[in-house]
Design a binder for this molecule. Sequence first.
Ligand code: ATP
Ligand code: MG
Length: 420
Amino acid sequence: MSSFTAPKGTYDLIPPDSAAFTAVRDALAAPLRGAGYGYVETPGFEHVELFSRGVGESTDIVTKEMYTLTTKGGTRLALRPEGTASVLRAALQANLHRVGNLPVKLWYSGTYYRYERPQAGRYRHFSQVGAEAIGAEDPALDAELIILAAEAHRSLGLTGVTLLLNSLGDAECRPAYRAALQAFLRGLDLDEDTRARIEINPLRVLDDKRESVRRQLTGAPMMRDHLCESCKAYHEGVRDLLREAGVPFTDDDRLVRGLDYYTRTTFEFVHGGLGSQSAVGGGGRYDGLSEMIGGPRLPSVGWALGVDRTVLALRAEGVALDLPSATDVFAVPLGEDARRALFTLVTELRRAGVRADFAYGGRGLKAAMKAANRSGARYAVVAGDRDLGEGVVQVKDLASGEQAPVALTGAVGELRQRLG
Ligand code: ATP
Ligand code: MG
C-alpha cells in the first residue's frame, strides 16, 4: 500500500465494480439521448457567486457544503456542488436560448463536491447525471423529464423507486402562502436556527426531519390549499400526463425546494433500501433562476440523478446488471515469433471490433492461461513456433476447454463468427 489514502468522504472506482458504475451512468443518460437532449459539459469549478446566487444563500449547499478557494490572482472559486446553475450559465453564455428552438434541452454527467458528513450513500465527491430543459413552460415538459427518469430506473431493473410529487406554486400564489406559513411557524417552539430559517426560507422548515419539529407541523398550512388557478391547472396537467404514461407517483405536500425561484413542479425519487440517504434523484421547475443569475426570464425544469446511490439501490435490490465482459479473446504466445504474430492478430481483432487482450510480460504458459481465464474472455488463442510453422493458431474455448487449430489468415473471421 502507498502511504496515502483517498481523502475522507471519497472512494475510488476500480474494476470490477467500476463496470457496474459506468453501466448505471450510461443507463441514466440513455433515455435523454433518445429524447432530443444534447450533451453539455461545464468546468469543475465556477465563480463562487454563481452558486451563492444560483443555488441560494440560505441553502445547506451554499452555507455549509461548498468547497471554496481563492486563486493566486485573487479570484474566488468553488468546486461545483451541483449542475443546474453551471448548465444554465453555460447556455446563457453561449446564447443557446436565442439561436435555437426553445426549450433548449441539455444533459450532463459529472462529479460534484460537497463538504458533508460522510456516511453510506453520502460522499464528498459523487456523481450525477442531470438534465435541464430551458425556456419553456409546459406541463408536458415536466412530465417528459419525470418519465425519462422513470424509464432509466426501469431499464436498470429497479423496482423499489418511488416518485414523490408536489407543486410549490408561483410568484402569484406563493407569497401569500409563505406569509401564512411564517405566521404559523412563528407560533411554534423552535430552536434559534430554525427560527431564523422561518424568516429566510420558511418552506424548508416543512422539510425538517427531526421528530420534535415534525410533531409541531401537524396543521401547518399547505401549499396545495393555496395554489392559484393556473398553478392548479398546471399541476393537474403534469399529473394527468404521468398517469397516462403509467408512471406512478405519490403526492407529497412536504416535499419542498425552498428557494424563491423554484416554482410549481417539484419531485424526488426515493428508494426504500438506502436508509436515511434515500433520495436517488430529484428535480423540479425553476422559473426564476435565469433572472437570478442575470439572464432573461427563462422558465425551466430539470433533474439530477445520483449515480452512486443508484448503484447502491441496485445492490440493495440484489439486481445484477448484465455486463459484457471486457475481453472476448485473449492471446497467449509461446516464443518470440509467436509474440509478434499474435500481437498483430490482436490488433487486427480490435480493428474488426472484437475485444481482445494479450499475455504481456513474457510469462510462462501456465501464468498466461490463468490471465486468460481471469480476463473473462470466451476464447484463448494460443500459438507456438510449430503452430506458426503450419500456419495455424490454436483456438481454445475457455468454458468447455475444447481446442482446435484455425488458419492464422482466417482467424479474425473465424473468431468474429464464433462470437456472433
Ligand atoms: P439529500 O437530501 O440526500 O442531501 P439533496 O437534496 O442534497 O439530497 P440534490 O442536490 O437534489 O440532493 O442532488 C440530486 C441527487 O444527487 C440526490 O438525489 C442524490 O441521489 C445525489 N446526491 C446528492 N448529494 C450526494 C452526496 N453527498 N453523495 C452522494 N450522492 C448525493
Ligand atoms: Mg444534500
